[in-house]
Design a protein around this ligand. Structure first.
Ligand code: IMP
Ligand code: MG
Length: 175
C-alpha cells in the first residue's frame, strides 16, 4: 500500500484556495452567460468542486456536468489515445462552457474535449489547475491556469498515482 508520509507538499491548501479565488474572479470578468462548467473526471473533481464555490462567490451561477475521459497510459507515460468513458448529458449548443482539467501536459486530453464540445456548438473556455511546460504534443494553451509546475509527477487534490492519493487536500510530490 502507498503511504501518505512519502509525499512532500508542493502547493499547500492555502495557496490553492487563494488561487481558486483569483481564477474565479478572472472568469467572472469574462462575463459568461449561463455558464456550464464541464469537469473532466477523475482528476479534476476536487478542483472543480472548489472552483464551483469560488465562482459562486465571484457572483456567477454556473451549472456543472462531468465528462470522464481516459488516456491510455503505461504507468506515468501517456500513449496519446483519448477515450470517452462518460459523456455530458446536456445539450451544449450555443452555451458558454468552462472545461476543467487537472493537468495540462501533452495537451491531448483538453484538446480532445475542447474539439468535441466546439463541434457540438459550444463556446469553450479551458481551465487547468496545473501546467507542465515544455511537454506539449498538441498545440493548445488553457485560458486559465492555476499554477505552472516543474516536470515532476504530482498527486493529491484529486490527482492519483495508481488510484491512490486523490484525497490529499494539497498538491504533493511522491518521494
Ligand atoms: P495530457 O493529455 O498529456 O495533457 O494529460 C494530462 C493528464 O495526464 C492529466 O489529466 C492527468 O490525468 C495525467 N497526468 C499528467 N501528469 C500527471 C501527474 O504528474 N500526476 C498525475 N496525473 C498526471
Ligand atoms: Mg486526468
Amino acid at each position: 500500500m502507498t503511504q501518505e508520509r512519502n509525499v512532500s507538499v508542493l502547493i499547500d491548501e492555502a495557496k490553492i484556495a487563494a488561487r481558486n479565488t483569483e481564477i474565479a474572479q478572472e472568469i467572472a470578468r469574462k462575463d459568461p452567460k449561463g455558464l456550464l462548467v464541464i469537469a473532466i473526471l477523475k482528476g479534476s473533481f476536487m478542483f472543480a468542486a472548489d472552483l464551483m464555490r469560488a465562482l459562486h462567490h465571484a457572483g456567477l451561477m454556473p451549472q456543472v456536468e462531468f465528462m470522464h475521459l481516459s488516456s491510455y497510459r503505461d504507468a506515468t507515460i501517456s500513449s496519446g489515445q483519448v477515450v470517452i468513458l462518460k459523456d455530458v448529458e446536456s445539450d451544449v449548443r450555443d452555451r458558454d462552457v468552462l472545461l476543467i482539467d487537472d493537468i495540462l501536459e501533452s495537451g491531448r486530453t483538453i484538446a480532445f474535449a475542447k474539439d468535441l464540445l466546439a463541434a457540438r456548438g459550444a463556446r469553450v473556455m479551458t481551465c487547468c489547475l496545473l501546467e507542465k511546460p515544455g511537454k506539449r504534443a498538441v498545440s493548445i494553451n488553457a485560458d486559465f491556469i492555476g499554477f505552472v509546475i516543474p516536470d515532476k509527477f504530482v498527486v493529491g487534490y484529486g490527482m492519483d498515482v495508481a488510484h491512490s492519493y486523490r484525497q490529499l487536500p494539497f498538491i504533493g510530490v511522491v518521494e
